[in-house]
Write a protein that binds this ligand. Sequence first.
Ligand SMILES: [Zn+2]
Ligand SMILES: [Zn+2]
Length: 263
Amino acid sequence: MIDSHCHLADDAFQPDLTEVLARAKEAGVTEALCILSAGDEAEAVRARGVAGRWAAVRFATGVHPHSAGAFADRAEASVDVTRAHAAAFEACAIGEIGLDYHYDFAPRDVQRAVFAAQLSLARERQLPVIIHTREATDDTFAILKEAGGIQGVFHCFTGDISMARRALDIGFYLSYAGIVTFPKASDLRETVRIVPADRLLIETDSPYLAPVPHRGKRNEPGYVGRVLESLAQVRGEAAGDLEAQVTRNFVRLFGPTRVEATA
Ligand SMILES: [Zn+2]
Ligand SMILES: [Zn+2]
């Protein structure tokens, strides 16, 4: 099982990282994609610690919309920061990047400029992107269309059926997180049914968004199986079959796993 999106280099995992990784392996998690915030030097140091403890971890990096404000009137500088970080961590994707109009931590025009700039880097490096979008659906699709030729995933998908279709229509993957296990998320579970099997991914987004029955506590990669079980149940598929499928999807989008690449 692969956790396609987690923040293992987050401060929240510092006290017991070794135990967190041990529990993940014990739960059958064979690989994780660790999302980094480009230019965050303290996190980069912790990321080295993660890589040193688990060979099967890979990295993605980008300027999150929450951090876009640092690049007001200089979106191009965000590209330089991400390019250097991506090289340092041999990133297999650019992300998470996108737009967040729910929190609006950065002015929206700055978010849009930085998002477009990050997409241009993904194109240049021919890397897939990991999209974070909240209450910004139309602008997100408009900017993706403008960029053209981009492959990627909508991470922690929480949209409706029409948004799911729009994402699928442009060839993107949908990744579900623990929210899909919440009792009230029946509308979200409806979207799970329409996603072709070869476009699904699973993630924890840990340390955030712990699935039931861990809801409200710190999340960790070892819980990704709860998301898988929930998707399998909604789709009426065997969890084992779906696990194999989402693993193939992960490899198709992000390239061969480290374990395979070094085998
Ligand atoms: Zn996100
Ligand atoms: Zn995230």
